[in-house]
Design a protein around this ligand. Sequence first.
Ligand SMILES: Nc1ncnc2c1ncn2[C@@H]1O[C@H](COP(=O)(O)OP(=O)(O)O)[C@@H](O)[C@H]1O
Ligand SMILES: [Mg+2]
Length: 357
Amino acid sequence: MSIEPFNLLGTPKATKKTLTKVEQIENEEELKLEPTLRPSSLEDYIGQERLKQILRIGIEAALKRGDKASLGHILLYGPPGLGKTSCACLLAGLLGSRAHIFSAPSLDKPKDIVGVLMSLQEGDILFIDEIHRLNRITEELLYPAIEDFCLDLSSGKGVSARVTRLPLPKFILVGATTKLGNISAPLRDRFMQIHRMEFYVESELAQIVLRTSKLLNFEISPKGTLEIARRSRGTPRIANRLCRLIRDFISHKNAQIADEELIKEALDLFQIDHLGLDPIDRSLLKTIAENYAGGPVGLETLAASLGEDTRTIEDYYEPFLIQMGLLERTPKGRKITLRASEYLIPKQITEAQHEPK
Ligand SMILES: Nc1ncnc2c1ncn2[C@@H]1O[C@H](COP(=O)(O)OP(=O)(O)O)[C@@H](O)[C@H]1O
Ligand SMILES: [Mg+2]
C-alpha cells in the first residue's frame, strides 16, 4: 500500500473533469465548515484595509442615496482562499441585501443565467465565482443586465427573429476570479471597481488563527498562534485548515493547549515547513532545479512531470511561490530563483545525510 504525502489541499486526485483538486476541497469546505468561520462583520474581516476602506465609503454613500445598486459592480481578483467569497457575503450583510452565490461553470446554459437574473430583487448581490470561466452566450446575456439592468431575450429565427427587452431590478454583480487576464475586455470594463486581493501578513493571519481557535474551541499560546500564521502561505483558508488539523492533534495528544512545540511537531508531521511549503511546492521547485536545470520550463511540461493539472499549479501553487520570491514566470516558462536554489540546498544536504550508508 502506498501513502501519498500530506499536502495542504488534501490528498485525493481530481476525479470530476471540471473541478481541480483545490476546487473540490473548497466546495466541500464551503458547504460544511466555512459558513461558521466566514467573517460576518467588518471587524472580523481581518486585513485588506484599502479594500475595506473603499467599500465602507461606497456603502455609506449608496445607503444615503437610498440606491444600493449605485455602489456599482465589483470585481475581486487574486489567488484562492484570500476572502473573495467572504467579501461578497459581507457586502450583502452591510447593505442589508440578499447574496446569490454561483460559480461560472454552474451557469453553463442560457436558461441558468436567465433564471438567476429573473429571481433578483432590488439591491441584491449576484456573486459569480470564477467569472473568467463564463461561456460566451452567458456573458453576452449578462452585458445588458449589468449595464442597463435589462434582459434581452431573443426568439424566432432568421427574418422573424426578434429581441424582447425585459427590465430587471437594479442589482450589484460581484465577480471573483483567480485570473484577471482571462476576463474579456468588454466584461472587465463593465465593473466600476476592480480590486486585487492581497496575501495576508503574519500579524493578520495570527488574528484569524486566534478567532478560528475560539470558534473551534481550543486554546492556543501566543507563540503557537504565530507559528500557524507563519506557515499559512499568507492565506486565511489555509490558516483555518491548519487550525482544524491542530485541533485533532491536540485531541490525539490529550493536550490542554496548542503551544509552539506541539504545533511544530504537528506541522512537521504534516510536512509543512517553516515557509508554509508543502510536499508539492517542494517537488515543484526540485523538479525545475533537477530535471530542467533551474528552468525555464513550460507549464504543461511541468504539470506532466508533477502529475498535477495545470490549473492547480497556476492558480494555487505558483502565486505563493512567486510572492515568496522562489519562482519566476518568464515568457519562456517557469524558472526557479536564486532564493529557491538556496532553499533547496540545505534540504538536499539533510536528505543525503539521512540516506542509509
Ligand atoms: N479577511 C478575512 N478575515 C478573516 N477570515 C477570512 C478572511 N478572508 C477569508 N477568511 C477565511 O478564509 C475562508 C476562505 O475565504 P473565501 O472568502 O472563501 O476565499 P476565496 O473566495 O477568495 O477563495 C473563509 O471562510 C474565512 O473563514
Ligand atoms: Mg471563493
